[in-house]
Structure formats: C-alpha cells, structure tokens
Design a protein around this ligand. Sequence first.
Ligand SMILES: C[S@@+](CC[C@H](N)C(=O)[O-])C[C@H]1O[C@@H](n2cnc3c(N)ncnc32)[C@H](O)[C@@H]1O
Length: 258
Amino acid sequence: MVMRTYDGSAGDVDYAGIGAGYSSYRRPDERIARAIALALGDAREVLNVGAGTGSYENPGHTITAVEPSLAMRAQRPAQLATAIDAVAEDLPFADGQFDASMALFSVHQWSDAEAGLREMRRVTRGPVAVLTCDPTLVRDFWLYDYAPDVLDTEARRYPRLNTLAEALGGTVTVEPVPIPLDCTDGFNEAYYGRPEMLLDPAARQACSAWSFIGDQARQEFDTSLRRALGSGAWDEAFGPLRHRPTYNGSLVLLRATP
Ligand SMILES: C[S@@+](CC[C@H](N)C(=O)[O-])C[C@H]1O[C@@H](n2cnc3c(N)ncnc32)[C@H](O)[C@@H]1O
C-alpha cells in the first residue's frame, strides 16, 4: 500500500509544504510540449499520471488526470479536468481504457515506479510517454559545483532508464529533450544559462530536490553562487551557456508502445 500524507501526497515529498508556488515557476514550456505531443501521436483519450497543476495537458485531448496531492490539485486551472485522487501504483481504470498516457517529472517520486508504470501500461492501448531525467547524467551540470547534495539526491531518486523500459515492456525509445534557454518550466537544468534564477528561494522550492537538503546547505549554496557570480568566476567557467540556445542535459523522453 502507498503511504499518503495529510495532503494526500504519495511520493517522497509533501506538496502541502512545498507545492504552493509550483504553478508560478513550473509553467509548461511550449517546445517541451511539442516533444510530448509527438510522443502521444494521434491519441484522443489521454491519461496524465502525477498530473500536478496540469502542465502539458493539451486541449486537443480528452484528459483524465490523476494527482494524489490536494495542494497540487487545488492549483489546476478551472478549464482543466478535475484531477482524480489516486496513485500510479493502483490506477482505478479498466485495462486498455486510454489511447495514450503520460507521466511528466513524476516517476522519481513514486514509492514503486515499476509498479506504477506497469499500471500505466495495463490501462493504455497505445504509447506511454515518460518525461524524466537520466540519473547517470544529472551530476554533469554546473550546479554540481555549488550544490552537490541536491544533484546527489536527484541521482538517487531518478530510476535508471533501463528499469523504466523493462517495466513498460514492448518497444521503448529514449530521446534527449533539448532545454531552451528561456525555458518556462523551472526545473534545475532549465536555468542552465540563467544562474541568478537559482538564487530565488521560491524557484528552488519548485524543484523538490531542494527540500531534501537543510537550511544551512541552502544558505551555503546561496553564498557560494552569489560570490561566484559577483567575482565573475561563474562566467569564466560557464559563461558561454548564457548564449547557448538549447542545452542537452539529463532530461529525456521515453516512449513505449506495446
Ligand atoms: C514535479 S510534480 C510534476 C507535475 C506535473 N506532471 C508537471 O509536469 O508539472 C510531480 C507530481 O507527481 C505526483 N506524485 C508523487 N507520487 C505519486 C504517485 N505515487 N502517483 C501519482 N502521482 C504522484 C506529485 O504529487 C506531484 O504532483
């Protein structure tokens, strides 16, 4: 059985504590949206698991959203489908009920990612799309020089891609997702060329990994990044990123068909 908090959060973080600003900082990015739309193909009935505030739900689809956290469900815009309070590991749907399904920035939080993906496969006739990070690549980001604990946490949380592929079965493709310089969806790598953004505590709070480190580590990060920006050390090491139109980091899109 999946453990739930008072808010209903079912993953490894409690969104009652950190979810409040999510929809302001994690706005869907249209270029990432296009990659997801391609993966879903011509599906009409689409399931979104770990749907959060509704990012990447396309009005051209009939969406069924599953989201365990009340704080996240409460931020869904009124025009979107009301999300069902359930968890990936135990989806309340019939076999093959959906044309396609998606789980975006979510599987790393599930208590049993493999069980959740097997459930998605069970209820989906066509493609299952999973937007996630490759744990072998998350430390290859400049942030590791300033907040190693955050990216060590991420490397531990993200399931290995072959584990996800095996749980989904069938034919699986994995594509890197290029991150645009002005990406509107504020996960850590989205700020690859805008390091000042990570000095904003609310921007950090919208990336759950920051909730795994203590106040002192957050303060030390703030001090060291501020100093490196002020002295020019960050720009000396990473300055060209400020002008790079896209960045291939750890973000990947898995697509599994039966
Ligand atoms: C980082 S948010 C991503 C939300 C949304 N998909 C997006 O792209 O903005 C992760 C979401 O996964 C949800 N989640 C965590 N554990 C879950 C589980 N076991 N089953 C379904 N959703 C879960 C969280 O409540 C949270 O809303």
